[in-house]
Design a protein around this ligand. Structure first.
Ligand code: ADP
Ligand code: MG
Length: 248
């Protein structure tokens, strides 16, 4: 199996801090890849550099055989790399449906100009409904986003990211602040998404990570210290010491 996206000796330095230190990570299509590690390990920075929000200090990012290390964010999104942010990216005054539709329109913008407006509107609306069904929020289509429960707002962010039709979707702590029931919804959603696309998940909930990941990457001070399926990570001595410390 070849990787859909991989990094080669990827580095990101902030002053003297190596937030990402010669990372080699291979992301396979249709898999759930989790990235775990203590606070400050470099998880968010790794995602920022892969998705183009921050420039790499050195090394490269390869997506479907193409070197995208120097490409701006919007070009990476067009190629099929989407993400959610730890910070809210929704329009609070608009409905759930409008939030996803605007994202969908932004994505289709160019290619739709050749279609008649009636046809294109129907296309956008149909695709918006499909996304709402996928995130199980079709019944909340008319709810103003700011009135949603926290968990639903986070799910809506995933919907907005899905509007870009990604082949690789990065989720940075999607369950932060969620109830156990909401967390379970996200776990089910991620498993479903990974039937079609690669999902890269940064997540603190170790139980969830162990349950839904195909492969886990462990970061510690910017370095990939371990990688493998959940069972091998659970048994890895370096990981136990560096991260899972409390467990045995
Ligand atoms: N914009 C920044 N400027 C300077 N240092 C940063 C910046 N972003 C992250 N860092 C540093 O890089 C390291 C990794 O941070 P981060 O990627 O946020 O870790 P994680 O997401 O694993 O908690 C930390 O030491 C953090 O202080
Ligand atoms: Mg982080």
């Amino acid at each position: 199996m070849t990787a859909i996206l991989y990094t080669k000796e990827l580095c990101k330095q902030f002053g003297g801090v190596w937030a990402v230190d010669h990372a080699n990570v291979e992301i396979m299509a249709k898999q759930v890849r989790s990235i775990i590690g203590p606070n400050g390990a470099g998880k968010t920075t790794l995602i920022n550099v892969i998705t183009g929000r921050l420039p790499a200090t050195s090394g490269s990012v390869i997506f479907k055989g193409e070197d995208i290390t120097r490409k701006p964010v919007d070009q990476r999104v067009k190629l099929g790399i989407s993400r959610t942010f730890q910070i809210n990216s929704i329009f609070p005054g608009l409905t759930v449906f409008e939030n996803v539709r605007i994202a969908k329109q932004a994505h289709l913008g160019g290619s739709l100009r050749i279609l008649s407006s009636k046809r294109s509107l129907k296309d956008v609306n149909d695709q918006t409904w499909r996304i709402l069904e996928r995130i199980q929020m079709a019944d909340k289509a008319d709810v103003i986003a700011k009135n949603l429960a926290h968990g639903d707002q986070r799910l809506l962010e995933v919907g907005i990211a899905l509007a870009g039709n990604p082949e690789v979707l990065f989720l940075d702590e999607p369950t932060a602040g969620m109830s156990p029931a909401e967390t379970e919804r996200v776990a089910v959603l991620i498993k479903g998404l990974a039937q079609d696309i690669a999902v890269v998940l940064v997540e603190h909930d170790v139980d969830m990570v162990m349950n839904i990941s195909d492969i886990i990457t462990v970061l510690h001070q910017g370095v990939v210290v371990a990688e493998g399926p959940p069972d091998s990570i659970r048994e890895n001595d370096t990981v136990k010491e560096a991260y899972l410390g409390k467990e045995d």
